[in-house]
Each structure stands twice: as structure tokens, then as C-alpha cells.
Write a protein that binds this ligand. Structure first.
Ligand code: GLA
Length: 382
């Protein structure tokens, strides 16, 4: 981990609170394939990365608690006895949301001071919010010796996202951030919450992320809308989740739903299947098949589930024109953020130059390009 980054956070904390904190690293994530399948009890294939949030935390004797966002230089004072969601879109909700969700579970904590900062680009769709939530619950578990399991903790984080950030997310982001394994991606079954690690070494190929640097408004409400459409269809079919539905099952109720809703549910069934095919392809080292699945995933997200945007589509179209790229797709919830691209290492430099130029010409904004390494999940920094 970046030593300068750790030092900055530690210094930010001590300057503000004058104490020696416990330090937690909580990573962001990528997702190889399996988008919007998590809240349908399906499969996803994420990995924790070496970009994330560092949180410094310490018990306090004062009558209130303080949270300090070092990058924004914003301080929040709050009372543990009176926690309510603040207006949407603020980092504060992730912190107090975790505290409130712990309290709802009957967990008692004392006052504390917390400071954090991160190096996950904002709006990149790499789950900086899950990383922050996980770091808060993990840190509180450490300093108050609560003996929560990692599984307890990810559900607290997820509830904070639902009830304080207002996004009815699945469990992928919190899971990947908490349970990540260095050099591995995790084939996660979101029904059983059990994952199988896959060591990722694509030999002459690598995964690169291209950030559109846009996040379109209403992405949260569109996300919740997609989830409720899936739930509506599940009700009609009298099953537990779309995970349990085949294409034939869906066809049986086609006359009861709109064509658009049919397409959305159809996407989920197909995407869930693609995750399993992708894990087979990785096991066999068949990167061509993996690449095709990535393109198919994007096609479904763009045309059937309809959570892409012009910027993402453009990046994927450009990838398709390059014979050294085996596959690409939008990553995360959609409406902005990054594409993930499977590219020959020898072609990365030239593609970066090309894509930066054509993207700027088209949208008059710069894209950003990242390579990431796969990292361990949330842990104490020793
Ligand atoms: C967001 C959510 C996840 C998941 C993805 C889409 O990242 O937080 O739970 O649904 O979108 O796959």
C-alpha cells in the first residue's frame, strides 16, 4: 500500500483529534462480469483492488462523536442518541448510516472520532461508498471489540446504503470490498453468500479501466427502478428471485408484462448464465470466450436492461474496433463510471493514446485510464 497515503490519513486524524488511531484499509472493487445480478440472488465476479479508503478511528471520551472527511476538509459532529439520514448524496450518511444500522441490531458502541480519505476516483463505479461503509463498521468492531463476523459487517454496510444513501443495492460491492483476496477474483453466489476465489493471471492480457468521468443524474433512482421491475416480475412468477427463472418460465408470463420489462428480466437470466460461462472460460484460460461474454454483457446492459449511456457505449464501440481488445463492457450500476477492457498488454499504451484523443474529440471531456492490481479485503493496517 502507498505509504504516503497512509501517512496523510494518519496526520489528518492526529491534527484534528490529537490521538493515535487504529488504521483500516478498505478497498474498492472491479467486476469482471455479472451486473445487476446480485439483487436477483444471482452470480457476480468481482475483485477488490489496490485503490480504496483509509480510515483512522479512535474511541473518544467526549459527549459526541466526530467524523472528518480529510479530502473535503469537512467535519461532522453527531450524537449517538439521535441519528437520522441527512439530505442525499453526502459522505456523512455512509458514516452515520453504519452507526444507525448497528444500533438497530442492538449493538452498543461509545463515542468515537473517525477520519478518512481515499484514492478511488469519485463516480468511477468502483464502490467507494461500500469501501467507506465497510471501513467504518470494521473500525468500530475493532475499537469496541464487538466480535462481529465479516458477514455481519457487510449486511450492516448494505443496510446503511439502503436506508441512509437511498440506494437499494445488492451485496456485491460490500462483499468484494470486505472479502477480497490478493490476485484473485471472487465468483460469488449472492444467494448463499459463498464465493469461490479464482487466481487471475491473464498472461499477455490485462484488464484496464476507462473512466468516462461522467455520472448522469438520476442514476440512483434508475437503479432502484430496475430493482423494483425485477421484483415485480418475481412476484408474478411466484418465485424467490430471478435467479430461479428460466427463459421458458419468463416466456409464459410475457403477455402479462411490457416488452421493456420482459427484456430487462431476460437480460438478468442471460447475464447470470454469462457469469458461469465466464468462470469456466477463465478456468480453461480461454480469453477469447471471456472477451465475447464481456461484449455480450455490455450489449445486454445497453439494449435490454438499459443502464448504459452514450459515453460508455462509445468506449465499448472503440474497443470493438481494436483487434488487440478481446472484450469490453460497462462496469457497475451504469449511467457513467468505467468500462472494463480485456486487452493485450503490448497494445495498452497505443490504445490509451488513441482512446484519450477520440473520447475528448467526441465529448469534450477527458477520460481517465487505470490499471489496478487485485488486493485483499478490508483489514487493519499494521
Ligand atoms: C452497484 C450496486 C451493486 C450492483 C451493481 C450492478 O454497484 O451497489 O450492488 O447491483 O451496481 O451490478
Amino acid at each position: 500500500m502507498n505509504k504516503a497515503f497512509i501517512k496523510t490519513i494518519k496526520k489528518g486524524f492526529t491534527t484534528q483529534f490529537n490521538a493515535i488511531p487504529t488504521l483500516i484499509f478498505s478497498p474498492g472493487r472491479i467486476n469482471i462480469i455479472g451486473e445487476h445480478t446480485d439483487y436477483n440472488d444471482g452470480f457476480v465476479f468481482p475483485a477488490a483492488v489496490n485503490k480504496g479508503i483509509i480510515t483512522a478511528i479512535h474511541k473518544s471520551e467526549s459527549n459526541s462523536s466526530f467524523a472528518y472527511a480529510i479530502d473535503k476538509n469537512e467535519l461532522l459532529e453527531f450524537s449517538l442518541n439521535d441519528i437520522k439520514p441527512l439530505p442525499k448524496g453526502t459522505w456523512q450518511n455512509y458514516v452515520i448510516g453504519v452507526v444507525a444500522e448497528m444500533q438497530k441490531k442492538g449493538i452498543t458502541i461509545g463515542n468515537f472520532n473517525i477520519a478518512f480519505g481515499g484514492n478511488i476516483p469519485a463516480g468511477a463505479g468502483m464502490s467507494s461508498s461500500a469501501a467507506l461503509e465497510n471501513s467504518v463498521v470494521f473500525g468500530l468492531n475493532e475499537i469496541f471489540k464487538l466480535s462481529l463476523s465479516k458477514e455481519d459487517m457487510i449486511f450492516i454496510s448494505q443496510n446503511a446504503e439502503h436506508n441512509y444513501a437511498g440506494v437499494k443495492c445488492g451485496i456485491m460491492d460490500q462483499y468484494a470490498s470486505m472479502f477480497g483476496i490478493k490476485n484473485n477474483a471472487l465468483l460469488l453466489d449472492c444467494r448463499t453468500i459463498q464465493a469461490k476465489p479464482f487466481e487471475i493471471d491473464f498472461k499477455d492480457y490485462e484488464l484496464i479501466l476507462i473512466n468516462t468521468n461522467v455520472k448522469h443524474n438520476l442514476s440512483d433512482s434508475a437503479y432502484n427502478n430496475r430493482r423494483s421491475i425485477c421484483e415485480k416480475i418475481v412476484k408474478l412468477l411466484k418465485v424467490k428471485a430471478l435467479r430461479d427463472v428460466s427463459e421458458d418460465d419468463l416466456k409464459l408470463i410475457a403477455h402479462k408484462i411490457s416488452v421493456e420489462d420482459f427484456e430487462k428480466a431476460h437480460y438478468i437470466i442471460q447475464e447470470n448464465n454469462r457469469v458461469l460461462l465466464a468462470s469456466d472460460a477463465i478456468l480453461k484460460g480461454d480469453l477469447k470466450t471471456l472477451g465475447k461474454l464481456l461484449y455480450a454483457s455490455h450489449n445486454g446492459l445497453q439494449n435490454k436492461f438499459k443502464v448504459s449511456c452514450d459515453e460508455l457505449d462509445f468506449l465499448v464501440e472503440q474497443a470493438k474496433l481494436n483487434p488487440h481488445i478481446l472484450g469490453a463492457r460497462m462496469m457497475g450500476g451504469g449511467f457513467g463510471g468505467c468500462t472494463i477492457n480485456l486487452i493485450s498488454k503490448s497494445a495498452t499504451a497505443a490504445f490509451k493514446t488513441h482512446i484519450s484523443k477520440v473520447y475528448k474529440n467526441k465529448f469534450n471531456i477527458n477520460c481517465s485510464i487505470y490499471t489496478v492490481s487485485l488486493s485483499n479485503g478490508t483489514h487493519v493496517i499494521k
